[in-house]
Design a protein. Sequence first.
Length: 720
Amino acid sequence: MRTTTSTTTSTTTSTTTSATTSATTSISAVRNLGILAHVDAGKTTVTERILYLTGITHKRGEVHDGTTVTDFDSQERDRGITIFAAAVSCAWAGHRINLIDTPGHVDFADEVERSLRVLDGAIAVFDAVAGVEPQSESVWRQAERHGVPRIAFVNKLDRAGADLDAAVASIRERLHPRPLPVQLPVGTEDSFTGVVDLLRLRALTWHDDGTPAAEGPVPAHLAETAARRRRALEEAVAELNPEALEEFCTHGTVTAATLATALRELTRTGEAVVVLCGSAYRNRGIEPLLDAAVAYLPSPLDVPPVRAANGTANGTANGTADGTTDRTQQRDPDPEQPLTALAFKVVAAPTGRLTYLRLYAGTLHKGATVLDAATGRTERIARILRVMADSHTETDHARAGDIVAVIGPKAARVGATLCDPDHPILLEAPVSAEPVVTVAVEARRSADTDKLAAALARLAEEDPSLRLATDPESGQRTLSGLGELHLEVAVERVRRDSGIEAVTGAPMVALREALVEGVTGFVYRHAKQDGGAGQFAHLVLDVQPLPQGSDGEFAFASTVTGGRVPREYVQAVEAGCRDALAEGPLGAHPVTGVAVTLTDGATHPKDSSELAFRTAARLGVREALRASRMRLLEPVAEVTVTVPEDALGTVLGDLAARRGHVRATTPGHGTGTQASAQVSALVPLAELFGYASRLRSRTQGRGTFTTRPAGYAPAPVNAG
């Protein structure tokens, strides 16, 4: 039976311990954490300061200088944003902290999703001026779905306009947790020098160079405010925690130790969120943040054990080596349990194909053979690597609670469960978001076409939110993703890594042609004589639109009597009609919704054949379509848009400008500033190119939409 451990808060500034991962580190002293935030809130800077304070780096990396450890990709440094989730490891106060710095841009939300799937806790970073920003809200909701406990760090208190109370209020109003500030800033904006620890009522300050000064008493001008806020913290915690309430009622106060224990429990259950503050850029407030991370956020022992997907023990791989079945429903975080690991990231690195694993149970040894439970394929682990962004240190084994990369598996994909072959189990895989933006991609040089296809396939293997397809009608190769920046980064990776000059453009829309008014009794005579046996076929055709509500795109019938056209020739006529409908008269687009009836015909004793009748039908139907009244159709999609209510009017106007037909508007969920609405509309597919970016800009990143094909509708006269 798994037991839950409790860690006493270390409120003194911790001394840095060795960053070398110890094989004997207790699982209770492991923290698998993510850094979450809106773009530019300071996630990467927080990570860099943590690495610096824990002795991993000896120089503070800066985003603007392109010297950060976690933003190691050339595109990340060029753009100044985090694009790929990067894993690092450090040690603090006897604990090993595995950190994943996640992207903050909405286009890379799937990287955040896959990371959250394997994390036990998270630090949410907020801008002290902007408070809760759109993507802050999105990643917070993602963490909620995965049940990941969080603490909050209000960053950039040294900026003009910084306000801790306003940031806390926005957390309360927009995210709806119970925020519990445990610090009070010392100074504001440029004069911000430290924080008051409300649990022990002491001041922690830092010198101008970011080194900590000796802790001291609360400054006199803040003593009354600190006492009042400490009292408010005690009351808030007592409302939520029975032990704290009992102590509060008995003694009229709550000790620091009881508060720390209660805050850890409230964080683990999600009933409240501990809020800290500081300035990562100036290296102020990072030590207390690390103390809070190890004190309040859970270890692998504090989270529920993993269970097999869909409540089954073994998924599709339920046979053991001796032919029996392993009926274990869950795996505890125990090195002695059968190996259970989830692949959450795959990268093609210079050192080989790296598969990032979170080990939930068991011990993984170098050279071991593991089972991919979804495919039933066995893989050999050639090397095990401790990851530090883009650098790696080899190790002989990894245990439950570890996050490592391995070299060896050749077919394991993102979401694969790697487990003991004798004790198979299939874990639930991360669910990738559906793409919303599509571009056509082609090589500038035709000689690079095959290389481009292979490079794009590798990208799609690494990032499941990228979808590669070839349009069967246009022949275009298309790449779909979560946003324009997402696709831009993907294509740039192909250019840089493979040396292929790839060009992109809007994909072609597959138009259709349809009959509005057909012809009756259309006569077509096909006679060809060029030496030897000739070709002869005489047809009388009715070419009409399919009746309203009919299924299918084409219907054929024959009313010829008296054997005037033999049965095999009738079948050839039907085939010729289908040939003719492949290219219509308006723009060589496929023709849909046509009913052709063969009403009469004639043959020649020697020159008639199946080929002659098929040719006659193809040419005759084409002539009949030219004599008919036609119209062009374009594909339409059923779009469901979820937007904040205050942006509803703007979104409806934009849909109308895109020739959208709004079918329904219904209330979504939430109240107040969180109120949302859902709009259902039919929109031409051609008008949806670029819609994702426009929707985000008009809703401050809070609007989302889904689409599904909804058939065809009449297109404008100038289409096609």
